[in-house]
Design a binder for this molecule. Sequence first.
Ligand code: GTP
Ligand code: MN
Ligand code: MN
Length: 619
Amino acid sequence: VRSDIRAHAAPTTPTVVYGAPTGTTDPALQAWVDEIARLTRPDVVVWCTGTAQEADVLSKQLVAEGKLIRLNPEWRPNSFLARTSPSDVARVEDRTFICSTHRDDAGPTNNWAEPTEMRAELNAAFAGSMRGRTMYVVPFSMGPLGGPISQLGVEITDSPYVVLNLGIMTRMGTNVLRLIEAGTPWVRTVHSVGFPLVDAEGVRRADVTWPSNDTKYIVQFPEDREVWSFGSGYGGNALLSKKSFALRIASVMARDEGWLAEHMLLIKVTSPEGGSYHVAAAFPSACGKTNLSMLKPTVPGWSVETIGDDIAWLRPGDDGRLWAINPEAGFFGVAPGTGESTNPTAVQTVWGNTIFTNVALRDDGDVWWEGLTDTPPAHLTDWEGNSWTPDSNRPAAHPNSRFTVPAAQCPSIADSWEDIGGVPIDAILFGGRRATNVPLVAEARSWKHGVFMGATISSEKTAAAEGTVGELRRDPFAMLPFCGYNMADYWAHWLRVGRGLGTQAPAVFQVNWFRKGDDGSFLWPGFGENSRVLEWIIRRVEGAADAVDTPIGLLPVEGALNLDGLDVSPDALEQLFRIDPASWLAECDLTEEFFARFGSRVPPALHAELASVRYHLAH
Ligand code: GTP
Ligand code: MN
Ligand code: MN
């Protein structure tokens, strides 16, 4: 029966196959799509509907073309493996541009390009870039459809792999068109892999399994709320809903409109007494957001439920509190290191309906990556498609291999994760990988002090376990690659939002799971045991736990951190919380140098916080 339907529907154009509408009644959207089609010259334009049938047709087409491998449905139903080209495996920060009118508005931490010149360059790159291909128009909502914190976008792309991923990562489809047609604002994003199948003279060339282009552009026009991405098919560069829109463009919208767009996980924490609290946490990439968002508490009676693992949008509500949503609908998580002992919840989440990118393929048609199991299978096909055994001297999965999976499949997902108004935030955490100096947990004395903590997030460059302050890689608010405007203005915006929240502002904490002992090993067991730190944080929010004031913040008093049943020596504990004035003063000097990069745009309040920390350290 199914083949009958397809035979009936297939002959003319994909528009008919997918049963999609042929356009929109919104004149601005229609005109923009026509304009991009005139520039890029695709064979066909398809308006995506977001239905399961559409995803099924697209994935079958990609399997038939050899661009996706269907995994063995017995182990991993409705799941696929994509292998990128070896030169297209990660975000390309040196090709990522913020094109504001004034260079200073992009700030010293972003690549800036003059907007008119960049538009000319992009027009040349995109001219004819979709020849011989299908151009997909993908309407999507970030956050639940029609929600007060949600935003709409449209991505035009010539990559069906991108369409499938967007179908998981966003609320995608025809319903979004109805909201646009009703007048809801939306953000324009254009993506091309930059591999036309027909050249300007009409000469056709064969496609490849992962089309891309050596020249890449990831360009944000914050003032026009527009994104243009060329030459890469990789998630972080091509799924424009995510880093490009939900962080770079949204951070600018948030600045202008009084809210916050952040690189933060979101969780709901419930105490043994049944009190529920919401925590947002910003850690730089590969510092454990996905892990903490799915944490299984080891402390009896506590539960942690997942709301988001990467991005949060936070907005002051009518009640004066800060309310947050996860604007995404799926997880785009790092695979290596995700295993039964580190993140069993993520392992369960990817049981099916998952797109894996650059992991290894088992001989039985399932997937594997380093850390999934302790012992690797005897034979695999590695992420580049080559035969692999444990003796091969290379990883089987690419270190940045990823899974794309619907958030709804996560066993720990909170019932409230799609509440359109979001959840009220009780605590905000900032963290990085710090082998030295930064204690396991410290509470900020005030919102201003919390902004100072966020502004100074950093990780040591590798192997800095010697106890001296090494070179620090600053990643303020974990937003270094994602802030769409001048980072110092962003700090000022955070201070402004805090003034509006006043006494209703969430408490702010700094955490560090990564402090190392003299022998170079982690002092804190981490993962599920981080629930002990969450417990203290929640008790502080409740006003039920004591803290001791130190130069760098409020630390748990002796006995306040629940260590029942935990094997941590008194010496390790002392090291975890040790504050060495000399190395902290040295760190303050580095912070001053860092602030100096932003000149007079640094808010005076942050200089005052730095002065206060120095004063307390010296007295
Ligand atoms: P992006 O998705 O790229 O933004 O990064 P992320 O913040 O989600 O990072 P992710 O959770 O994928 O980070 C995983 C890395 O952090 C792995 O190397 C984990 O082993 C490590 N990690 C996570 N939690 C802990 C912890 O509590 N202790 C230690 N020692 N390592 C941890
Ligand atoms: Mn993550
Ligand atoms: Mn991230």
